[in-house]
Design a protein. Sequence first.
Length: 461
Amino acid sequence: MKPFRPERAHLLHEVRATVRLALPLIAAQLAAVGSNVIDAVLAGHVSAHVLGAVAVGASIWSLAIVSGIGMMMAVPPSVAQLDGAGRRSEVGAVFRQALWLALGMGVVLWFAVRHAEPLIELIGVTASLRHDVQRFLLAISWGAPALTCYFALRGLSEGLSLTRPSMYFSLGGLVLLVPLGYVLMFGKLGIPPQGAHGCGVATAIVLWLEMLAFGVYVIFRRNYRGLGLFDRFEWPDLRRIGQLAHIGLPMAVTLLAEAGLFVATALIIATLGEDVIASHQVAINIASLFFMIPLGLAMAITVRVGNAVGRGDERGVRYAGLCGIGLTLVTQLFSAGLMLGLPHVIASLYTHEPKVIALAAQLIMLAGLFQFSDGIQVAANGALRGLKDTRVPMAITLFAYWMIGMPVGWWLAFHHGMGARGMWIGLIAGLSVAAVMLFIRFWRSAWKQRWRRHLPMTAPA
């Protein structure tokens, strides 16, 4: 095996390219988090009851979101590899089949969200909230097809290294959600107050507007000309859709495993008392906010690695993956420093309750400790997506989160009396195991040229 000696010029070029791609994606992810904040703030000003219904409904909806996003994560590496290989004429065929996959996935999610009563009962939602939770889900479910088609469009654009549109339309949706949510939830302009149902309606409308605006943008912008995106109508091609699902389904399972771990942790901590769950909510909100930075970087890494694979550039694959992971560590150093250095200050921004601040500060410090492992695992996963390597990472994630993280957290929380801190230490253990195993997977794949198995799919005859 030849030693990897990075050249300074090549290194700087890769860093600049990754940062240029990542910054708009980070902004887009922060906008996505911002929509949750807006929903919560508006609901909280209506009533505590509406806030509770929206919070529960949003948790269930988040499972649909990660399923849809995970499936459509097949699009960026597929497009990036074709773009890197100079086979842009084949992008249109891939995109048209991706839209069929997105539409099918959207209908499945629409149906699942509208029939979530068993999950609502399993979670143990109080009887007084169930009606409004169900009304929220019935309303927001209509946005599911728009969500998946929107991410197909995002995947196309990001795969072509055009990431600014993702930022434009995510921020635009955020701006629209404020007045629309206000009018529907509080009952303005002659519309009766809709509460949690209005929140769901507003979000669904914004999702459709984002998707339609992105579609119009792609049709008329010259950056997408010559791709033949809408040159002709094509019926679903099961072979090509199967190739996309082969990549996307493991990613959907991976994201569900991670989201499920955090949801399960929250439900377990909820049994420990109001102050404890409030402290957990503060800490997880901070951790989720900072996680958007490495997540945006991971999306950029996917594109850079995919481009290198398409070019058949062995060193380019290594540069793209390792530079991206290195950049992620730099950003995590910043977030870890804030969490470890100012935990009480951060917690006090959310509440004035001394007990909540004290415990939240401890949890924020634990969040600071897992910043590096969290950053490495998401960045390495992004690099592996660029190789279209998703099945083994799925197995690694399931093992790390559910065979290591959850059992360790439960054992420390209840058998050693550590409570919420024990569950958070379990999160650290799961994320750390995932980080080590995923990084090793990328390292071995990049050096042993496993990525050559995943060269761009050929166009159909």
